[in-house]
Design a protein around this ligand. Structure first.
Ligand code: PHE
Length: 495
């Protein structure tokens, strides 16, 4: 008979911590439990990445996704190009970089789900259990993000089929725009592809992080880079490259509205997968000897490069074909088919391109569920596939709201003229992620002993230690607060 609960071996491990996890209270047995865990300190009960390089690839897989290829180009387009890009890059360096280091470090030291990792470190350092709220908010945020993320990934999946079937042969921007509208206007189609994407995601997540995911990452990551370059080369050959380049790199602050700051900051969190525990959960499976700071450098650089190349490719095509850079969420779906529809062997390349965007989305989607799945496996001692199914079902129900935001319920805009999709998107990127990042920075910067953190992060030289402290305790938190303050003031002053 199938059992919904984990086999005895894991159950025994669990019984050590049976009375530990009351998220908001410190129970007397905490210390005992933590000691009990000591021998497995460098291992996670959920599995470990098989090498340091695989951790980096997995984290890059989480970071590189729809945020880079679908979202970054259209928000850059909507927010005026170069000036927005500059603010975004500043956010990546000053906020994204230190917060990602702090987050991965928490996971690597805790070796459990984000909620329990933070709880463990809080207890070890005599801090309040309430810090585990970081993990709670992240877990909820991750499910909300996945609910709309999988809808867009569903669009991508539908386009794989369309491209391979040659539907866009010789198409121009007008035709691809209409095709996109026709597709999103159909609730049944969007629901179908969304459900398919969710099903595959949950299927793989249920099987555990190690096997399917690691293999998928190894195969998909190089291919997506190659196909992005194909798009870029196409953009250059079409003659729109310089216009696209100027649009992205010409800094004109008069084009940047104050709200653009919040969008840039929110996106820095989103694209790096930070502020909600995904990267912390991955950090928990990181080999002990892998250095956090070098891993983070690679992840941040690759993620940024992919976004820049995707942006350049897409704006080149926009200018070569007289389209508008501010086409919103449909931008990728209108531009890429034009490029591939006019390339020799375009249907094959185009189909492959969307296939690998889907893979990139997939390697991110999986990381969005990991904080919740790891937590409930730890807490309820349930089997991973049971937890995965339940989380998948909840996410699916939430996602239906986003599916219908583009058709049946497009007029349902309960606040600020936002659809359900807009609400989930903005709520998570403007609030959940930056506030999660703020809490992580404050926890690590002010509530953990500096010396310990320097040791964990292997920061050895004195000046680097102070740069680190300045970034995590001053620059990152203050920048986040300033962006919030400015945006709120503007809303009130403007409203
Ligand atoms: N970083 C992913 C992307 O750019 C999205 C994501 C956000 C994944 C938060 C995990 C956590 O597409």
């Amino acid at each position: 008979m199938l059992s919904l609960f984990a086999p005895p071996r894991i159950r025994r491990a669990k019984s050590i911590n049976a009375d530990r996890i009351k998220p908001f209270s410190i129970s007397g047995s905490v210390e005992g439990h933590l000691e009990g865990m000591a021998e497995s300190q460098n291992q996670s009960q959920h599995g470990m990445w098989s090498s340091g390089a695989l951790f980096v690839l997995a984290a890059v897989g989480s970071a590189v996704g729809l945020g880079n290829i679908w979202k970054f180009p259209y928000i850059t387009g909507e927010n005026g190009g170069g000036a927005f890009l500059l603010v975004y890059l500043i956010c990546i360096c000053l906020i994204g970089f230190p917060v990602m280091m702090a987050e991965i470090m928490l996971g690597k030291q805790g070796r459990m789900s984000p909620i329990n990792s933070v709880l463990k470190l809080a207890h070890e350092n005599n801090r309040s259990s309430k810090w585990s709220l970081i993990g709670w908010a992240g877990m909820v945020g991750g499910i909300i993000i996945l609910s709309f993320y999988a809808v867009i990934a569903g669009w991508i999946s539908a386009y794989i089929y369309q491209l391979f079937s040659g539907a866009f042969q010789g198409a121009d921007g007008g035709a691809t725009g209409e095709a996109f509208k026709k597709f999103t206007d159909s609730p049944a189609q969007v629901l179908l592809w969304f459900t398919l994407f969710m099903a595959v995601t949950i299927f793989v997540v249920a099987r555990g992080v190690n096997k399917g995911l690691e293999i998928a990452i190894r195969i998909c990551m190089p291919l997506i880079f190659v196909l992005l370059l194909v798009m870029l080369v196409y953009g250059i050959l079409q003659g729109g490259f310089w216009d696209g380049f100027k649009y992205m790199f010409h800094v004109d602050f008069s084009k940047l509205k104050l709200n653009g700051l919040l969008v840039a900051m929110g996106h820095a969190f989103f694209t790096l997968s930070i502020g909600m525990g995904a990267i912390m959960a991955y950090g928990a499976y990181m080999p002990q000897r892998e250095s956090v700071k070098s891993a983070v450098s690679v992840i941040v650089i690759v993620d940024t490069l992919v976004a820049l190349v995707a942006g350049l490719a897409i704006f080149s095509i926009v200018y070569a074909h007289g389209m508008s850079p501010s086409d919103g969420p449909g931008l990728l779906f209108v531009t890429a088919p034009v490029a591939f529809g006019n390339l020799p062997l375009g249907s094959i390349f185009g189909g492959l391109f969307f296939l690998f965007v889907a893979f990139a989305a997939f390697t991110s989607a999986i990381s969005l569920t990991e904080p919740a799945i790891a937590y409930f496996v730890e807490e309820m001692n349930a089997r991973r596939w049971v937890v995965a199914l339940v989380i998948g079902a909840i996410t699916w129900v939430l996602g239906v709201g986003s599916v219908f935001s583009f058709n049946l319920w497009s007029d349902f805009q309960p606040i600020f003229g936002w659809t359900i999709f807009d609400i989930f998107d903005k709520l998570t990127q403007w609030f959940f992620l930056p506030l999660g990042g703020l809490a992580i920075a404050v926890f690590v910067g002010f509530f953990l002993p500096w010396q310990k953190v320097w040791d964990y992060l292997e920061i050895k030289s004195q000046w680097a230690r102070y740069v680190w402290v300045a970034l995590i305790s001053v620059v990152a938190p203050i920048s986040i607060l300033v962006v919030f303050a400015l945006t709120i003031v503007q809303h009130f002053a403007g409203g």
